[in-house]
Design a protein around this ligand. Structure first.
Ligand code: S3P
Length: 450
């Protein structure tokens, strides 16, 4: 029996993921099933809870983040079946009927839960809510949603003038607004649109570049009156709305697929089929970036499933070259920048990523953390105020690295380790369960010694 390449150990509730490079090297081979899309999972639970009648959700992500959303809405009266099943049923309570929760609502690590939920809570009159999250979420900026909600008349209080959770919300009837968001953020856009559902009149959000449009697609499917103007990048919802329970089929998360796409591209001798991946054009920036880098990825069986485009992706190893990633593509690949940084570390030339200052306020400061951790493995990465400069081609060596409790950092470092000599240990690897509970077992299945 050859020694295992991938091992997971647990000590004091923390996981250490160890990747030991066999002396003859390794290759990745096989078919991978991707867990459900995190963004779509949150929205399906929320709209299901606010709708009338039953919503059935197939393929919901069983990660910690959607569990936080489910817990919050259960505490406000929605009936949600066991999440650990193929089909999750949500018995909605109808828009406007949320119960005042007895306790603090806890969004855990999930920015999407907290920011989207704030729009819903602020527009529910005569109820009082308190919301919080884990230490990462309590240090992430909330003014980006609190300020526009206050423009609509919302009453929200919190640390640093309402900029940081814990927050307290006194629900109100709000007035409609046209909000010009200074940032391309689906969380901001969705929060305001959700507040608009209960608000009489037209609520419009205009953004500087198009962010993911899952809320728009799903709100329409649930029966909301919604118009989209692609020219001006504006979305308008007319309230008060009524939502009807629907069947939602959640595609695999392209943000999770991205780890295997990069792994297959950088590890010599690899070939992977990554199945049932959501390829909504507002999310496929990672495919465009990898194509610019010369990756060999093809989309097969392209189809539409419950209003979202889906495909199977086939990736084979190829030599990569550096590229420039900046401007309007950034919101289309914002969550994939840590793993693209890994791809860049194995590409010929210097990759420059700019206009991505948002990364500084994600689950961790992803610019600082990726630069420090990859450099610790021998890469050549320089931090920029709004991105990274990565000169590829330096040989990476195994090292002790740390996820900083950020799921995407944990998984990106595991993929980097597949191409590093010696042994890499990723500390606090349990973070992966936020969006990808089976990450380690999938890695074990597809990783073969040469
Ligand atoms: C998300 C939007 C993005 C993304 C996050 C999920 C969503 O954040 O980074 O992981 O589901 O709406 P921003 O809206 O802050 O850009």
């Amino acid at each position: 029996m050859p020694a295992p390449i991938v091992t997971l150990t647990t000590a004091e509730n923390q996981h250490q993921l160890t990747i030991a490079q066999p002396s003859a090297g390794l290759a990745l081979q096989g078919r991978v099933q991707i867990p459900g899309d995190k963004s779509i999972s949150h929205r399906a639970l929320m709209l299901g809870a606010l709708a009338e009648g039953e919503t059935q959700i197939q393929g919901l992500l069983l990660g910690e983040d959607p569990c936080s959303t489910a817990n919050c809405f259960q505490a406000m009266g929605a009936e949600i079946s066991e999440l650990n099943t193929e089909l999750v049923r949500v018995r909605g309570i109808g828009l406007g009927n949320l119960r005042e929760p007895m306790d603090v609502l806890n969004a855990g690590n999930s920015g999407t839960t907290l920011r989207l939920m704030l729009g819903i809570l602020a527009s529910h009159p005569d109820r009082f809510f308190t919301v919080t999250g884990d230490s990462s979420l309590r240090s992430r900026p909330m003014s980006r949603v609190v300020k526009p909600l206050q423009q609509m008349g919302a009453q929200i209080w919190g640390r640093q003038g309402g900029a940081l959770a814990p927050l307290a919300v006194q629900g109100q009837a709000l007035k409609p607004t046209h909000y010009h968001s200074p940032i391309a953020s689906a969380q901001v856009k969705s929060c305001i649109l959700l507040a608009g559902l209960m608000t009489e009149g037209q609520t419009t959000v205009t953004e500087p570049a198009l962010s993911r449009d899952h809320s728009e697609r799903m709100l329409r499917a649930f029966g909301a009156e919604l118009t989209v103007d692609p020219e001006t990048k504006s979305v308008t919802v007319t309230g008060p709305a009524r939502l009807q329970g629907q069947t939602v089929i959640v595609p695999g998360d392209i943000s999770s697929a991205a780890f295997w796409l990069v792994a297959g591209a950088i590890v010599s001798g690899s070939e992977l089929w990554v199945e049932n991946v959501g390829v909504n054009p507002t999310r496929t920036g990672v495919l465009d970036a990898l194509e610019m880098m010369g990756a060999d990825i093809t989309l097969e069986n392209q189809r539409i499933v419950a209003g979202e485009p889906v495909a199977d992706l086939h990736v084979r190893h190829s030599s990569l070259k550096a590229c420039e990633i900046k401007g309007d593509i950034i919101p289309r690949l914002i969550d994939e920048i840590p793993i693209l940084a890994v791809a860049a570390a194995f590409a010929q030339g210097t990759t420059v990523i700019r206009d991505a200052e948002e990364l500084r306020v994600k689950e961790s400061d992803r610019i600082a953390v990726m630069a420090a951790q990859l450099n610790h493995m021998g890469a050549q990465v320089t931090e920029l105020p709004d991105g990274l400069e990565i000169t590829g081609g330096a040989a990476l060596q195994g090292a002790e690295v740390d996820s900083h409790t950020d799921h995407r950092i944990a998984m990106s470092l595991a993929i980097a380790a597949l191409n590093a000599t010696g042994i890499t240990t990723i500390h606090r690897a349990e973070a992966a369960a936020i969006s990808y509970p089976n990450f380690t077992s999938t890695l074990q299945q597809i990783c073969h010694p040469l």
